[in-house]
Design a protein around this ligand. Structure first.
Ligand code: NDP
Length: 248
């Protein structure tokens, strides 16, 4: 069932083939937006998301692009605008994680995290700054881990900290065009990013970290994104929203 809230809007969601990005793509389509479903390797999963949206009466297109490559990002925006005519909403959701002590992290691992998480978000923001319609919405993705300072995540929080910083600066640069720029920082959310072989004990430990006593779901995070990109989100910009069920 499609509602009218985002009717006439065009949204691009990076990393929308699975996990949080998939839930965001489905939610924005349900709210009426035409959605570009970006992926890097998961073509079949991305096409399944598109099929789900179309089955519900919405418009969607899957576009392969590796966000760590600026040329791919440019092509992703070109295709979006050629196909749907404009861009109103950018969700920089694509991301990867590394669980390793700093002492063992290689240059290649560090560069990969920085390239996908920080550089990908930065240059997608640059394309949006050049090409997004006035009154648009940009939502970047950091993580609650940037405030928890847990061991083993040094490269990940280094890349995510950069995203928080660019969010604040870009909010000021795009304010004149009435484009809002915010960051969402999920807590532990039940996706493949946390690992496929999690034990029941690990899940209980994650659940106990939040005031609401459970792991987040991708839909919990999509609800927050839907609020930020709606008309009612017009006065929220330059913020980092910790969507984590109360991991304080
Ligand atoms: P998943 O691992 O479930 O999904 C990652 C998505 O990113 C996939 O769609 C994948 O595409 C895509 N992707 C990966 N690399 C690239 C790339 N180079 N170019 C384009 N797309 C790419 O992750 P989550 O859904 O859990 O995470 C989404 C965001 O939320 C990330 O930024 C993550 O850091 C953040 N986050 C997640 C938390 C969690 O607990 N899950 C907690 C805090 C933050 P493909 O299928 O094609 O590989």
């Amino acid at each position: 069932m499609v509602s009218n809230n985002l009717s006439g809007k065009v949204a691009l969601v990076t990393g929308a083939s699975r996990g949080i990005g998939r839930a965001i793509a489905l939610r924005l389509a349900k709210d009426g937006a035409a959605v570009v479903v970006n992926y890097v390797g998961g073509a079949a999963q991305a096409e399944a998301v598109v099929a789900d949206i179309q089955k519900g009466g919405g418009k969607a297109l899957a576009v392969q692009a590796d966000v760590s490559r600026v040329k791919d990002i440019e092509r992703l925006f070109d295709t979006t605008i050629q196909h749907f005519g404009k861009l109103d909403i950018l969700i920089n959701n694509a991301g990867v994680i590394l669980y390793k002590p700093l002492v063992d992290t290689t240059e290649e691992e560090f560069d990969l995290l920085m390239a996908i998480n920080a550089k990908g978000t930065y240059f997608a923001c640059q394309q949006a700054a050049k090409r997004m319609a006035d009154g648009g919405r940009i939502v970047n993705f950091s993580s609650t881990l940037t405030t928890l300072m847990m061991p083993m995540f040094s490269a990940y929080v280094t890349s995510k900290g950069a995203i928080e910083q660019v969010t604040h600066v870009l909010a000021k640069e795009l304010g004149a065009k009435k484009i809002t720029v915010n960051c969402v920082s999920p807590g532990t959310t039940d996706t493949e990013l946390l690992g496929r072989d999690r034990t029941a004990e690990q899940n209980q430990m994650y659940a106990r970290m939040s005031a609401l006593g459970r792991l987040g779901t991708p839909e919990d995070i999509a609800d927050v994104v839907a609020m930020l990109v709606s008309d009612d989100g017009h006065w929220i910009t330059g913020q980092n929203i910790r969507a984590n069920g109360g991991i304080i």
